[in-house]
Design a protein. Sequence first.
Length: 82
Amino acid sequence: MTDGLPYWPAALRQDQAAAYCGLSVDTFVEICPVKPIEFTPSSRGRRYLRVRLDAWLDGLDPNPGVPRRRKFGGMIVGQIGS
């Protein structure tokens, strides 16, 4: 699939996580409450889980009544028997 959109891995480096959220690294570090997981003890082993970033961003939405995104499995289950 080559639609011009970036590929986002499930676990993002800090610079990738900032870009994913549409923020500079400095702003991301300042405001993001999501803590990275640590694959290794070094700072290079820290990764931000994309699903946690999504949950944080969804929680910032001030629009009432906006349906939350459904998980892929929920879509499949919802289509069975239709």
